[in-house]
Design a protein around this ligand. Structure first.
Ligand SMILES: *Cc1c(COP(=O)(O)O)cnc(C)c1O
Length: 453
């Protein structure tokens, strides 16, 4: 019988993360201090993030960064995650492609987000921080941070995008089970929240606004409270490379190497995580793997965004980040993949897109759910709506392989399970979902204020 799932023994779990910036021919452009328009300094970054993460953020020289032992110990609760050959999906598609997926949904919180949350919480603890704040959309990052804070003995305060707070009550409960304090955003507890509610009392919330609120809270007591971010930043992508580093070894066990690596794209952390270790071989000229970032058609920053300096949040508290962006006040349609409703891409992926090492692919929400349904029936796992975008892109490519008769090796990242998203599946099954398309005029409206680069 052919092997379906591949695992690493505990001692084979990688002990370092991979910092792709060290190998990039063109380094990511620096983040800027919005007041001085000079590159941000370590001290400035450390006012928001913990010191170690700030250092990692600026590190473009060290290729390997050791994973602290206490983080490795917590990784062992769920890692290695399985690499799975999707025989069921291949059969359902009748494709000659070989399809593999890395199953990050087996983490205690149900998604890849824990890989970075554990690292960030540990570094905060080590630096004498007692409180962490963050934002969360669908609740995945908030849950990961809540659990990590509990594990390392920190207090967590989470601002959750209001519409998700209302639509996804079980994620809120999960955060509360792990001991976090959860506030719907925009809230009246911060200046950023108050400003937005004054302008628009029915504001449904956005990740950008929730980030502003969380940063504002952290800034009140910078010596004991730090802000943490679940995507976009380079240090988050760094922590996620554990996914691809494991997958590299597991693909070797399977006796194959991916021709294409596919991941869904919100701010870019899981895409970076599964891709960068393989992209390293492209950068070294050894391989020619294709890298596809599947983003929602309603939030298409990679394929239709502007290359510019923009804020990571709505109120403009973050440094200016070089990004493909739709504008920091972009209001994406209320699609069900909450984790992908973010306006910009991180500095590293932005540079890699510019340099032609990876590409974006737009997926609309009905195609995403169609694909998630097919996957669930073929492989027995109900995927998170975000992950459905990666599955849709994989299915497109597998169908193209069928037409051309090529048996390419496709690897995608299953970022999370959808068991907390059944209300979204319910909407899909009732035929209530619609596709949102953005006209060029709408995109222009949001991006014209941004200075191009
Ligand atoms: C947050 C999230 C994403 C998107 O975030 P990235 O930083 O782009 O990886 C994708 N899938 C799930 C399940 C998520 O929770």
């Amino acid at each position: 019988m052919k092997q379906k799932r591949f695992f690493l023994s505990e001692e084979d779990i990688p002990r370092s993360w991979y910092n792709i910036a060290a190998d990039m021919p063109n380094k990511p452009m620096p983040m800027l201090n919005p007041q001085t328009l000079k590159p941000v300094t370590l001290d400035e970054l450390s006012q928001i993030f913990c010191r170690e993460c700030s250092e990692q953020e600026l590190n473009v020289t060290d290729r390997w960064i050791d994973i602290p032992e206490p983080v490795l110990e917590k990784y062992r609760y769920y890692r290695s995650t399985p690499l799975v050959r999707a025989y069921g999906l291949e059969k359902a598609l009748d494709t000659p492609a070989h399809i593999y997926f890395k199953n990050e949904s087996v983490s205690p919180v149900g998604s890849h987000k824990l890989n970075s949350a554990l690292a960030q919480a540990w570094y905060c603890k080590q630096e004498g921080i007692t409180n962490v704040t963050t934002e969360t959309g669908a609740g995945q990052w908030g849950t990961a941070l809540a659990y990590s804070a509990k594990v390392f003995g920190l207090e967590a305060a989470v601002y959750q995008v209001k519409i998700s707070y209302e639509q996804k009550p079980y994620r809120r409960s999960m955060m509360q089970v792990f001991g976090a304090q959860v506030t719907p955003s925009p809230s009246m507890s911060t200046r950023a929240g108050k400003d937005i509610l004054t302008r628009n009392p029915n504001h449904q919330g956005s990740l950008g606004t929730a980030i502003s609120e969380a940063i504002e809270l952290a800034r009140e007591t910078p010596e004991r409270c730090k802000y943490t971010l679940g995507s976009t930043m380079s240090h988050v992508s760094l922590h996620q490379t554990i996914i691809g580093l494991e997958a590299e070894k597991q693909m070797e066990m399977a006796g194959e190497y991916p021709d294409e690596v596919i991941a869904c794209f919100g701010g870019g952390s899981n895409f970076s995580g599964i891709s960068f270790p393989f992209m390293r071989r492209n950068l070294m000229g050894e391989k020619h793997t294709r890298f596809i970032a599947a983003e929602p058609a309603s939030c298409p920053k990679l394929t239709r965004g502007k290359f510019c300096y923009d804020f990571g949040d709505e109120a403009g508290y973050t440094p200016l980040i070089p990004m493909f962006s739709l504008g920091h006040d972009f209001m994406p349609a209320n699609i069900h993949a909450g984790g992908l409703r973010y306006h910009g891409a991180g500095a590293i992926v932005t540079q890699l897109v510019k340099d032609g090492y990876m590409e974006g692919m737009d997926i609309n929400q009905i195609e995403a759910f169609d694909s998630g349904m097919l996957f669930a029936r073929a492989e027995g796992i109900i995927p998170a709506p975000e992950s459905c975008h990666a599955i849709a892109a994989t299915i497109r490519r597998a169908n193209e392989c069928k037409e051309s008769g090529e048996s390419r090796v496709l690897l995608f990242n299953l970022t999370g399970h959808g068991l907390m998203d059944m209300s979204s599946y319910d909407q899909y099954l009732r035929g209530n979902l619609i596709n949102y398309s953005l006209s060029d005029g709408e995109i222009e409206k949001y991006t014209q204020k941004l200075g191009g680069l």
